[in-house]
Design a protein around this ligand. Structure first.
Ligand code: F6R
Length: 242
C-alpha cells in the first residue's frame, strides 16, 4: 500500500486525476470503478475540469458503481446511479450506456448481483477503482465482519453508517437499511485501487486499516494485500498514523 499525505482535497483530486488521465492515455476504453459519497468529489471535479479545459476524453471509457441503496426509486436524487450521473458522468463525455450500477430496485436481488458481477467481468474487469472509507472501516458498503472473499451482494448498513450518511437525506429515518455492494473479493480484483480519505473523522479508520492487523472487523485492511493500492490522505485523515 502506498500512502500519500497531501495538502488538502484539491491536491488529492489532482493526483487521482493524474492516474486516471494516464490510464486513459494508454487505454482509452479503460474501466473505471466509481465511488460515491464526499471523498471522491474532488477527483470528479478535477476530471470534469480537465475534460472541459484539455479535452480529456472518456468517450470509450466504462464506469461501474461500487454500490447502491436498495429500495430508492431509479430517479431518487440520492440513489447512487443519480449521484454518479450528477457528480461525474454528466460532466464528461462518457457514454451513458457505458455506465453501470447494481440494480437496487430489482425484484430478484441475488440475480441482479450475479448479473452485475458478470457485467464487470464482460467489460474485462476494473482497471482503476476509486474508494472512500467509512468511519468504521468499510469500503464499498462492506461493513465490519464482511468476508474477504465476498462478491456483489445485499448488505445491511450498520447504524454508524446510516448516521454518517443521514446528511444526504432529510432525516435518519429516510436512510435505507440495505444496500447492494461490490464485495471485498470484487474490489480486490481491480488492477489499481485509489482510496481517498479526508478529515479528522477518518483518522481512526485510516490508522486501523493502514497500521492495524488485516482483519474482517476492519474491511479496508484487506487492501494491505492488494498489489497496487494507493491511499491519498489529507493531514487530518493521516493524523493518527504513527
Ligand atoms: C460510497 C461508498 C462508501 C463511502 C464511505 C465514505 O460509494 O462505497 O464506502 O466511500 O462511506 O463516505 P464519504 O466519502 O461520504 O465520507
Amino acid at each position: 500500500m502506498e500512502i500519500v499525505i497531501l495538502n488538502g482535497s484539491k491536491q488529492i483530486g489532482k493526483l487521482a486525476a493524474d492516474a486516471i488521465e494516464e490510464l486513459l492515455r494508454h487505454k482509452p476504453d479503460a474501466v473505471l470503478g466509481l465511488a460515491t459519497g464526499s471523498s471522491p468529489l474532488p477527483v470528479y471535479d478535477e476530471l470534469a475540469a480537465r475534460h472541459d479545459r484539455d479535452g480529456l476524453d472518456f468517450s470509450r471509457a466504462h464506469g461501474f458503481a461500487l454500490d447502491e441503496y436498495v429500495g430508492l426509486s431509479a430517479g431518487h436524487p440520492e440513489s447512487y446511479r443519480e449521484v454518479i450521473r450528477r457528480e461525474f458522468t454528466d460532466r464528461v463525455n462518457i457514454a451513458p450506456e457505458n455506465v453501470h450500477g447494481p440494480d437496487g430496485t430489482a425484484a430478484d436481488i441475488p440475480a441482479a448481483c450475479q448479473a452485475y458481477e458478470e457485467s464487470i467481468a464482460a467489460a474485462g474487469g476494473i482497471d482503476l477503482q476509486l474508494l472512500g472509507v467509512g468511519t468504521a472501516g468499510h469500503i464499498g458498503f462492506n461493513e465490519p465482519g464482511s468476508s474477504f472473499a465476498s462478491r456483489t451482494r445485499i448488505k445491511s448498513l450498520i447504524e454508524q453508517t446510516r448516521r454518517d450518511n443521514a446528511r444526504f437525506f432529510n432525516s435518519l429515518a429516510e436512510v435505507p437499511h440495505h444496500v447492494l455492494t461490490q464485495g471485498l473479493g470484487t474490489i480486490m480484483e481491480a488492477r489499481h485501487v485509489i482510496l481517498v480519505a479526508t478529515g479528522a473523522q477518518k483518522a481512526q479508520a485510516v490508522r486501523e486499516f493502514v497500521e492495524g492487523p488485516v482483519a474482517a472487523i476492519c474491511p479496508a485492511s484487506v487492501l494491505q494485500f492488494h498489489p497496487h493500492a494507493t491511499v491519498l490522505l489529507d493531514e487530518a485523515a493521516a493524523s493518527a498514523l504513527k
